[in-house]
Write a protein that binds this ligand. Structure first.
Ligand code: HEC
Length: 143
């Protein structure tokens, strides 16, 4: 019993070490969402042709990443960085609510994807506001 408990503990430490820090994980996730938003934005603006399959693929990629936006795991207390406002941890419930709204809006877009660029605009506008609304309150721009 004791031995297996130790083995489990070692395993747990090993698993933790295999992952990057929450700071790296959230940067990676945010950048990936930014990439999808960039692709979709070009289509909405008419800079890239509207192709339903490609739009849905970008929305799905965005949805995959948004669903990984577990703010408790990615923004644990004590993980402040240059880009984070201290308000995140003062208003954590509100911060979390912003993440939940993004998840809901992206999931809704995947469930009912826009049929043309004109319809994609408003759909993307709402998602973009979810990103921007959270950034305005809780992100400090590094540049
Ligand atoms: C729940 C709040 C919240 C939501 C929603 C949110 N972000 Fe962020 N985002 C942040 C915070 C906070 C940072 C700064 C993190 C840091 O610097 O440690 C950030 C950073 C970023 C960065 C910079 C990453 C880097 O370090 O280079 C990008 C790009 C980004 N977000 C894109 C997006 C996009 C696109 C969306 C919407 C699809 C989005 N974010 C939604 C809170 C949010």
């Amino acid at each position: 019993m004791k031995k297996s408990a130790i083995a489990l503990a070692v395993l747990a430490v090993g698993t933790t070490l295999a992952f990057a820090s929450p700071e790296d994980d959230r940067e990676h996730l945010m950048k990936a969402m930014g990439k999808s938003m960039g692709e979709l934005g070009k289509v909405a603006k008419g800079e890239s042709p509207f192709e339903a399959d490609a739009v849905l693929a970008s929305l799905k990629a965005l949805n995959d990443n948004a669903s990984k936006l577990d703010v408790a795991a990615l923004f644990p207390e004590g993980s402040a960085s240059k880009g984070t406002s201290p308000k995140i941890w003062e208003n954590f419930d509100d911060f979390k609510a912003h993440a939940e709204k993004l998840k809901a809006d992206v999931a809704a877009a995947v469930a009912a994807p826009a049929a043309d660029a004109a319809a994609l605009g408003p759909q993307l506008g709402m998602i973009g506001k979810d990103c921007g609304g959270c950034h305005e309150l809780y992100r400090i721009k590094k540049d």
